[in-house]
Write a protein that binds this ligand. Structure first.
Ligand SMILES: *Cc1c(COP(=O)(O)O)cnc(C)c1O
Length: 379
């Protein structure tokens, strides 16, 4: 059975009645480390929760259905998912990566993967000629789109065609738009990763991460890595994310509606120099976004005149909270310079326009007038 998106958020592609013999409407939390075998050589399908647990499996099925993948694997955080993903590669392998990434991903590539002799080129995949960077040892292209925090948009189908031509993996971090607005596998990506902590969970209460793949071979390799390194998502956390996803569709709609109103309000404010939101028609990624995504999301970055104003806003907001993370029902404001991007090398930060004049907003589901009033008094 295949259902439409909002239905899949609740059931995946399973029949509603198939989830549990007791008739439980909410999928049970199987809080067990291990499973009894019916006999020698027999298994219920579950052996030990590091390998698989029914609650995690249900969550994986739902996420897999949302991304139209072949398989989805749930990890204890987005970074745990990325760390496991990088185990696909061997010393000497070269990866072409976007340059305006989540700070933690850059820290992983530059400090852990680099130490294990993976080599990276960081480029602007929204603009630069990717083929120029391909060498015989290139094994993957890794992009976030829209990027964090500058909201640059990469043409997913275009990059997918290059990856196919050279027979290399194409990986998309789809955290910012969530599967509600964008499905990279449908556009030719091989692997999608998510920080499930963000929109999928949606309530700023649980960490989680996902890898979704488009074929059996990748699924088998990554399942082997997951059971070996042991960073799978725990049963209770799996349940929290399952519960969060049930409202993904309506949260995304409301968050986007609020974000568009706030982007327009900021743009009209004389103290704001620039607004980076792909849903504004003068944003360079507007047309590509309209082609490849079903929406523009609820992340936006804005630039003020100087760092004093930025710091003043951070200390003056009352309803909007000054905190890292994004995608939840609560509107959060971050200062990428000292928070999410503190470990990004200074020259890279400056090249990408991440200065001490920029602030990033993750818009929640509050009443938009209350949010605008708060920004208004802070500005
Ligand atoms: C937060 C985030 C991550 C890391 O996920 P965690 O769940 O915090 O470990 C990776 N990529 C993007 C785009 C993120 O926003």
């Amino acid at each position: 059975m295949t259902y439409n998106f909002s239905t899949k958020c609740i059931y995946g592609n399973n029949d509603a009645t198939s989830c549990d013999k007791s008739g439980a409407i909410s999928f049970p939390i199987y809080q067990t480390a291990t499973f009894a075998h019916p006999g020698v050589g027999n298994s219920t399908g579950y052996d030990y929760s590091r390998l698989q647990n029914p609650t995690r499996e249900q969550l994986e099925k739902v996420v897999c259905s949302l991304e139209n993948g072949y398989d989805a694997l749930a990890f204890s955080s987005g970074m745990a998912a990325l760390t496991a993903l990088m185990e696909l590669f061997s010393p000497g392998d070269h990866i072409i990566s976007g340059n305006d990434l989540y700070g933690g991903s850059i820290r992983l590539f530059n400090n852990i993967n680099n130490k294990n002799l993976l080599k990276f080129d960081f480029i602007d995949t929204s603009k630069e000629d990717i083929e120029k960077y391909i060498t015989p040892s290139t094994k993957a292209i890794y992009v976030e789109t829209p990027t964090n925090p500058m909201m640059n948009v990469t043409d997913i189908s275009k990059v997918a065609a290059i990856a196919k031509k050279y027979n290399i993996l194409f990986i998309v971090d789809n955290t910012f738009l969530s599967p509600y607005f964008q499905n990279p596998i449908d556009l030719g990506a091989d692997i999608v990763v998510h920080s499930g902590t963000k929109f999928l969970g949606g309530h700023n209460d649980t960490l989680a991460g996902f890898i979704v793949v488009n074929n059996e071979e990748l699924s088998e390799k990554l399942r082997f890595i997951l059971k070996t390194v042991g960073s799978g998502l725990a049963p209770f956390d799996s349940w929290l994310i399952l519960r969060g996803i049930k409202t993904l569709a309506i949260r995304m709609e409301r968050q986007q509606q609020n974000a568009i109103a706030i982007a327009q309000w900021l743009k009209a404010n004389s103290k704001v120099k620039n607004v980076y939101y792909p849903g504004l028609p003068d944003h360079p990624g507007y047309e590509i976004s309209k082609n490849q995504s079903r929406g523009f999301g609820s992340m936006l970055t804005f630039e003020v005149e100087n760092s004093e104003i930025a710091l003043h806003i951070l200390s003056s907001v009352k309803l909007i909270q000054f905190a890292e993370s994004l995608g939840g029902v609560e509107t959060l404001i971050t200062y990428p310079m000292t928070q999410t991007h503190a470990d990004v090398p200074k020259d890279v930060r400056e090249k990408n326009g991440i200065t001490d004049n920029i602030l990033r907003l993750s818009i929640g589901i509050e009443d938009v007038n209350d949010l605008i009033n708060d920004l208004s008094q802070a500005l």
